[in-house]
Ligand binder design. Sequence first.
Ligand code: ATP
Ligand code: MG
Length: 345
Amino acid sequence: SFARVQARSAELERSIAAAPESFRVLTGDRPTGPLHLGHYFGTLLNRVRLQQAGVEVLVLVADYQVITDRDRGEDLPEVVTELVLDQLAAGLDPERTTFFCHSAVPALNQLLLPLLSLVTVAELHRNPTVKAETAATGDRPMSGLMLTYPLHQAADILFCGANLVPVGRDQLPHLELTRTVARRFAHRYAPVFVQPEALLGDAPLLLGTDGTKMSKSRGNAVSLRADEDTTAQLFRRAVTDSERTITYEPQRRREVSGLVLLGALCRGEAPEDFAAAIGGGGATGLKTAVTEAVNERLRPLRARRAELAADPTIVREVLRRGNAVANEIAGHTLDRVRTAMGMRY
Ligand code: ATP
Ligand code: MG
């Protein structure tokens, strides 16, 4: 599925350039912490680019999904604000992008019910991302929400008729499931839903400082808003190996290559060139080079972010407007769904 999605992306890019107004993007994040470089290169840059190309963009703050793998959301109002600020600082224009929260759109949750009826429990259990995320939570037993969240996500995409979803690689199984339930709904009732396509970014799976997927929840992420010293500290603790010559060999040298790729993406260079420039500098040379590349790349974003954060009313207003737009769309879709299902009394 990964190869197919990648192969399709060039074609998609041409269609987007030719007719941006025929696309609608839905994408989002869990308010579990600040956005990091994985988000930036995995999806955020694509969001900004698509918006600039004239595509309509909706961004979800998936607050109900925080409790898939933890007891409760910590400091939600603050984390939600930070999440929106990160995206505004990265270049999403609140005049053109609709930001909204799960918890503010009740009709969205009602859409989940018919979707749940369209899959089997065995299909839900087979989802490789759900398996990996459950494994990452240690011995915490899988919650019912964890098992079904890919469908919750399907509802997010389908309610607004999004046909394009810029995501990281971990999301591809969920996109596939979304397409499946859209098809099954059409077969059982009526073709209410569009079948969306995934759009992968430059780095569909960016690794963190420990060589595993960079995640907010794993303590291995370089957050966009971190200051330069914190960023340096994080890289000083990064896992490397003992070979002096720095190379880019993702299969053989997973951790080192992950760091090389981070630096290269920040510089807009090929990873081989970034590695060659460090040469025999060893782990210390690599860590210094990556820290510099990251801090340099993020400096303008961090400055913009500080300016935006000075006015606490900005995010509140952005969400108030966005929630209203999302509610209107969701109500309309739910109407069509209930009509298709014969729920008119
Ligand atoms: P958490 O650990 O709380 O699940 P996360 O870091 O996985 O947080 P999400 O909010 O779950 O972040 O993901 C938001 C979006 O960012 C998704 O489209 C996901 O594919 C993408 N993304 C997250 N991490 C990476 C990464 N390391 N590389 C590429 N894309 C990523
Ligand atoms: Mg995640």
